[in-house]
Design a protein around this ligand. Structure first.
Ligand code: SF4
Length: 186
């Protein structure tokens, strides 16, 4: 048993803490190199999105080359281009449909802040409706900037705490079975 600034921990707790840290680091390492992106592409930044997927810039080197077109199979939402007010609820719904853990990149100034579309029809930054992990500046951003943003996100992911199970197990129903629909699918 050891005491540190008034906190008392047992050896068992210390060992569990050590194991949790190791599991967290391992999961962080695995998750940062296996990002499945959902590209929400709406405008001209899409050309640069295509550039990073080609052989010259080759986003596959970072383990993030495989776009998924179902939000339920993706953990990285890349918002590429201008989002107008009518698209905003759709973007929010796509974000809500993604399973945890999930991350968001705002690709270009339009997604980050509305860009030069400072008017009533355009959302002035996607962070008004969903949380953003990395903002990539530029109109459009150069592919090198996009890769820079991706590396930044990978560093952020590896510094986060990861758990084997990120949600509470389903509740038991009266007949003793697990209620898989509890909490509901969105
Ligand atoms: S940031 Fe520039 S290139 Fe990208 S969607 Fe907006 S206007 Fe187009």
């Amino acid at each position: 048993m050891s005491s540190n600034f008034g906190m008392v921990t047992t050896r068992r707790e210390e060992a569990e803490g050590f194991l949790q840290r190791m599991v967290s680091r391992g999961l962080g390492w695995a998750r940062k190199y296996s990002l499945f992106q959902y590209p929400f592409v709406t405008a001209c930044c899409g050309m640069e999105y295509m550039a990073i997927s080609g052989a010259r810039y080759d986003v596959a080197r970072f383990g993030a080359e495989f776009p998924r077109f179902s939000p339920r199979q993706a953990d990285l939402l890349m918002v590429v281009g201008t989002i107008n007010q009518k698209q905003a609820p759709i973007l929010k719904r796509v974000y809500d449909q993604m399973a945890e853990p999930k991350w968001v990149i705002a690709f270009g100034v339009c997604a980050s802040s509305g860009g030069f579309y400072d008017n009533y029809a355009v959302l002035q930054g996607i962070d008004r409706i969903i949380p953003v992990d990395v903002y990539i500046p530029g109109c459009p951003p150069r592919p090198e900037q996009v890769l820079d943003g991706l590396i930044l996100l990978q560093e952020k992911i590896s510094a986060q705490t990861h758990k084997l199970i990120d949600h509470a197990p389903p509740e038991m129903t009266v007949d003793g079975k697990r209620d898989l629909l509890a909490g509901g699918m969105k």
